[in-house]
Design a protein around this ligand. Structure first.
Ligand code: BMA
Length: 357
């Protein structure tokens, strides 16, 4: 357990305002970074794995490919809200929202940290998050746009869900909330070529004003994460940054192909830029998404990933999901028993500065 290492900072004195769940999480994250620790995270870890899927009626969240390999859970558990906007019972990757909520609580109660991204569908065309056929989508949902009222209903659904993640005692679970990610690329409808800098920033402001201003959600740690491929400078990193009043954590998404040297270079570049920006703005930093699809290098964890990140003050590194669908058996980013990088992952998870649960 990491409970001792990431114990929640004690509450303020009687005169000070009570600490919000988000403040408590920021304190935990900062303490870990100060201690030189990096948490390992895995997307959808408790929902399914390479060859299993949680039963629809399951109420316990104990199965995990990562646990099966090393006997420990990831410290950070990522999930995605895609589909919540349309009242779907399950998200875009078939995870039942009620089970996502319950597993987030279970993970929190084990001492872990939860993060949510969001791949909402396209509110203008009706397509998915990757539908970039129109560059008017962000414009259409901002105040005054034809889809504004409609989209506010989507934000309401997302806020309802994030607010509803509570323990049996009624304690709201803090989460790292990471909407509008990889916006430096142009593959999502909120991407670089699909809206102007002002529109992108206005989208964040509208999201924040609604969730924090209007709904008073106090459990969100707000994360900003461009795609690493486009990060040529600290200025590019900050170009569409929504502002210090909104953002608590900065990071980036960076994937590894079969050219490991190329990956190391782009990670180093993104880490240097993110670190400089984080220090300048006094923010936490993380590797919000990474991974090597199919883990074809048996030493990927200790010889590729770890060396490049170990000397940076990153609070966590999250690898993407282990898809279980028959046609997506190649799409995995954490090992499972027997996978060729499993032994190496065990060694990685056992390193002194890597935090697991
Ligand atoms: C992508 C892929 C997709 C998935 C999406 C949202 O990177 O894994 O299969 O639907 O993330 O989780």
């Amino acid at each position: 357990m990491i409970a001792a290492a990431i114990a929640i900072a004690s509450c303020g004195s009687a005169q000070e305002p009570a600490q919000t769940p988000a403040d408590g999480l920021i304190s935990r994250l900062s303490a870990l970074v100060d201690d030189g620790k990096i948490m390992y995270g895995h997307q959808d870890d408790l929902m399914y794995g390479h060859s299993w899927k949680l039963a629809d009626d399951a109420t316990e969240y104990v199965q995990s490919d990562v646990y099966a390999v090393c006997g420990k859970y990831p410290a950070v558990y990522g999930m995605d809200l895609g589909g919540i906007e349309l009242d779907w019972p399950a998200n875009l990757d078939k995870n039942i929202f009620d089970q996502m909520r319950a597993s987030a609580v279970a993970h929190h109660e084990r001492g872990g940290i939860v993060t949510f991204s969001w791949h909402p569908r396209n509110p203008l065309t009706g397509g998915d998050a990757w539908d970039v056929t129109s560059d008017q989508v962000v414009a259409s949902i901002l105040p005054g746009g034809e889809k504004h009222e409609y989209f506010m209903g989507w934000l309401e659904n997302a806020a309802d869900f994030l607010e509803s993640i509570k323990t049996a005692d009624g304690e709201t679970v803090p989460v790292i909330w990471r909407p509008w990610h990889e916006h430096t690329g142009s593959w999502f409808w909120w991407g670089q070529k699909l809206c102007t800098t002002e529109q992108y920033k206005a989208l964040w402001q509208m999201t924040y004003d609604y969730m924090v201003g209007e709904r008073a959600l106090d459990n969100l740690v707000w994360a900003y994460s461009p795609g690493a491929g486009e990060l040529t400078s600290v200025e590019v990193f900050g170009e569409r940054y929504p502002g210090d009043e909104i953002i608590d954590m900065v990071g980036f998404d960076c994937y590894c192909g079969t050219d490991y040297e190329r990956y190391s270079n782009s990670m180093k570049n993104a880490l240097d830029i993110t670190k400089a920006f984080a220090e300048e703005h006094g923010k936490l930093m993380a590797i919000t998404e990474t991974g090597h699809e199919g883990l074809k290098n048996p030493k990927w964890w200790t010889e590729v990933l770890y060396p490049v990140m170990k000397d940076y003050p990153v609070s966590y590194v999250l690898t993407w999901r282990n898809a279980c669908d028959d046609n997506m058996q190649h799409h995995f980013y954490a090992p499972f028993p027997g996978q060729e990088s499993a032994e190496d992952f065990k060694a990685f998870a056992g390193l002194e500065d890597i935090v697991m649960l």
